[in-house]
Design a protein around this ligand. Structure first.
Ligand SMILES: Cc1cc2nc3c(=O)[nH]c(=O)nc-3n(C[C@H](O)[C@H](O)[C@H](O)COP(=O)(O)OP(=O)(O)OC[C@H]3O[C@@H](n4cnc5c(N)ncnc54)[C@H](O)[C@@H]3O)c2cc1C
Length: 309
């Protein structure tokens, strides 16, 4: 399984595969399980449907590693349009951005200026989330996040439980009252910097989750959100909240579109905060292959679509 995961993560970074695999009909059919469509319209329709089930949404326009100023500006302008559409349709939807898509590799100032435009445009109570990418970007991402948070308190950051450093990163952020979405981590990272055993990642996740919730109760964390599909872990975090007599809606779970749908609905129906991250756009290949790597059993699903050809 570990070997298969490594192969898939390597394939997610392969440019030849990216150019060619996206045109294969069975790959396109398979990606539709995780993505309602390539367009913003498709994402907006999904948000409207999920709202009927009291499920909130977060939008991500797929893309990463932009190295062209014009392209980074185009992505920024796209997010401004997204926020306008969300506001005009009065949707319970936030956005989550990747800093490498906003020009991180062109320099921190370029990236910050683009991010700041998006932050200025979000006038409501909603949070603008910043994704966390591969470990070579963590320092730069945290640097820009801190800078943004000082001026825009409704900025959120994703932290990855598989990194050893995250405990310290979280402690360093709490004096700034951050909003944090905790995930396990989706990239291939070496054992020198990241837990490689799933049990260790899960243990660290639960420890960090408790720290975030305590900080939230003490007013040091503006919002504690848990980006995971791990039902057992969600149950443990829910128990931790219940044991302290905190209200159920302290548990905010964010899942990806198409994964654990029944659990998304169950959480919403039972008074927890259930949010679905909806990805869309044409640059879905690396993101899709990372989803396969998270659960190699998804390859069966890909295979079924080959056979259906
Ligand atoms: C809202 C959200 C935002 C995220 N943002 C980031 C980010 O910014 N940076 C980052 O590095 N990672 C991000 N991730 C991905 C995350 O790091 C994990 O790779 C991913 O969530 C899988 O881990 P898990 O917590 O679901 O637990 P796992 O232990 O991997 O999975 C638990 C169970 O969930 C189900 N499951 C998990 N993944 C899949 C899948 N792909 N297909 C089908 N079933 C699945 C399976 O039943 C599995 O047994 C995000 C995830 C979510 C939900």
């Amino acid at each position: 399984m570990a070997l298969l995961r490594s192969l898939l993560l390597a394939a997610s970074r392969n440019a030849w595969m990216r150019r060619n695999a996206v045109n294969l009909p069975f790959v396109r059919r398979s990606v539709s399980r995780f993505m309602p469509g390539e367009t913003l319209e498709a994402a907006l329709r999904t948000a409207e449907q999920l709202r009927q089930s009291r499920i909130g949404t977060v939008f991500t326009h797929l893309g990463e590693n932009v190295t062209d100023h014009g392209e980074a500006r185009k992505v920024t302008e796209h997010y401004l349009e997204v926020l306008d559409r969300i506001h005009s349709q009065n949707l319970p939807t936030e956005v989550s951005v990747k800093l490498t898509q906003l020009g991180l590799e062109l320099g921190p100032d370029v990236c910050y200026e683009n991010l700041e435009q998006i932050l200025r445009h979000e006038r409501g109570e909603a949070i603008v989330w910043v994704d966390m990418e591969a470990s070579n970007h963590v320092d730069a991402t945290l640097g820009i996040y801190r800078r943004a948070l000082e001026k825009y308190p409704r900025t959120g950051i994703c932290l990855q439980a598989y990194l050893y450093r995250t405990k310290e990163d979280l402690a360093g952020l709490l004096p700034l009252k951050p909003s944090v979405r905790l995930v396990k981590g989706a990239y291939k990272e070496p054992a020198q910097i990241a837990f490689s055993r799933k049990a260790d990642v899960d243990r660290n996740y639960f420890t960090l989750a408790q720290e975030m919730l305590r900080a939230e109760a003490e007013g040091h964390c503006a919002r504690a959100a848990f980006g995971t599909h791990d039902v057992r872990l969600i149950g443990r975090i829910g128990d931790f909240i219940a044991q302290r007599g905190w209200p159920k809606n302290r548990l905010e779970v964010q899942m990806l579109y198409g994964i654990q749908r029944a659990e998304q609905e169950r959480l919403a129906q039972n008074g927890y905060r259930s949010i679905v991250l909806v990805s869309y756009g044409t640059y879905w290949y690396p993101w899709f292959v990372r989803r396969l790597a998270e659960r190699p059993a998804n390859l069966w699903f890909l295979l079924r679509n080959v056979l259906a050809n």
